[in-house]
Write a protein of this length. Sequence first.
Length: 282
Amino acid sequence: MSDALRDVSRTSLVTAALRAAETQRADRLYTDPYAEHLAGVDGAALADEMGAFFRRSAGVPRLSAFNAIRTRFFDDRLLARTREGARQVVICAAGMDTRAYRLGWPPGIQVYEVDYPEVLAAKDQVLARLGAAPRCAGHHLVGADLAEHDWGDRLLAAGYDPGGPSAWVLEGLLYYLDEVDVRALLRRISTLTATGATMAANVAAASTLRAPALQPLLGVFRGWGAPWVFGVDDPAALWAEYGFQAEVIRPGQPGAHFGRWSDADETASRTVRLLFVDGTRT
């Protein structure tokens, strides 16, 4: 599959491999029965390359713990938002995400996945072979580049209602965009959302991109053609610039722990600051 994907999209195969490994655990935080098939041998190999870094590195939170917590955190947030009234879910840079297929959505939910057309097509082919069926009322694939100006128009053409209640997630995305593109993306989302809409994401603190302990891993990402280029030390202030009142949560805090964040992870996170942000449109 990876030959058809752009360099940055290959990171979605790593995420799938990590979700496959989590699914095999007796104490798993979620179940993704499709992840192993979506990761394939390429995703497993990339995950092994990253794993080698973590096995020889100190001062960095464990990748497996962070990824498991991140996935479960956004699962819980999206389900809570839809139970509170959001009828539309927009997953930006969906990659190998299978939430449309594996979560128990309330009735009437429309899920929109936005990513490069070739990424969505590659995933759709695998899921079709597996006979997977979405568990939401409507499932819409929106092939678009989120760094281009027309992605919002394509979302609207797919049936998204900007005046309706919505919940957005930007998982594993913002690291890879420069600040100009991050701001353009948030600005466009603000024009596509009504009061009460929510937008959740994960970000790295700007200081984290300079943390010595993380430099070898960032070198791995650069070698893949997917460097981390964006970080923000005050994401709540950034969200506020685009009309969202945000809560910032660190892994290990209540609602983002799940018994997986160890004392060593907590110590490492004081230097390598990876943050969850969840904002509501005001």
